[in-house]
Design a protein around this ligand. Structure first.
Ligand SMILES: [Zn+2]
Length: 165
């Protein structure tokens, strides 16, 4: 672990404690070079299997990036998105598996997003149903934003097919 201040290549742990939810460990480290302290957070690895078969680490940033596009023009703040990504991560971690399909991650987004904003949910669901993976969702959402959203009829139809209720 590099020191974030001076980039020294070594540091030593001085303290650690498990987070309240038990899902991560916060570790205080000290750089022997510049003496400054910093915190690292360790979590069990969680991988997402893309449709191409490629594994990539689960990333809240990726969730936020995908959902943010569906939330364009909607009253959704960065805090809302951060909370949503946290809920998605908690939900998929609660499943207990170390590997998830991108499809499952998309599913895990739908519920919290629907509670957050119905319109954003419909947009996300329609694109999600068409492409079934976050990997593709990025591109599709860009297209939708640039060339006008899908028609209302298409969105309703898609939502009806994807909704879990
Ligand atoms: Zn340092």
């Amino acid at each position: 672990m590099h020191c974030p201040f001076c980039r020294h290549g070594d540091s030593r742990g001085v303290d650690s404690r498990t987070s309240d939810d038990g899902a991560s460990i916060r570790r205080r480290r000290q750089c022997p070079e510049c003496g400054r302290r910093f915190t690292t957070i360790e979590t069990a690895s969680l991988s997402v299997v893309k449709r191409s078969g490629v594994l990539e680490p689960f990333s809240r940033e990726k969730i936020i990036a995908g959902v943010r596009k569906a939330c364009q023009g909607r009253p959704v703040s960065d805090d809302d998105l951060a909370m949503l990504a946290q809920r998605v991560e908690e939900n998929v971690r609660a499943g207990g598996s170390a590997e998830l399909d991108a499809y499952e991650v998309g599913l895990a987004i739908l519920g919290p997003l629907r509670e957050l904003d119905e319109v954003a949910y419909l947009r996300f669901a329609s694109v999600y149903q068409a492409f079934s993976s976050l990997e593709d969702f990025d591109d599709a959402a860009v297209l939708a934003a640039g060339e006008g959203p899908a028609s209302t009829a298409a969105e309703s139809e898609a939502a009806g097919g994807v909704g879990r209720t």
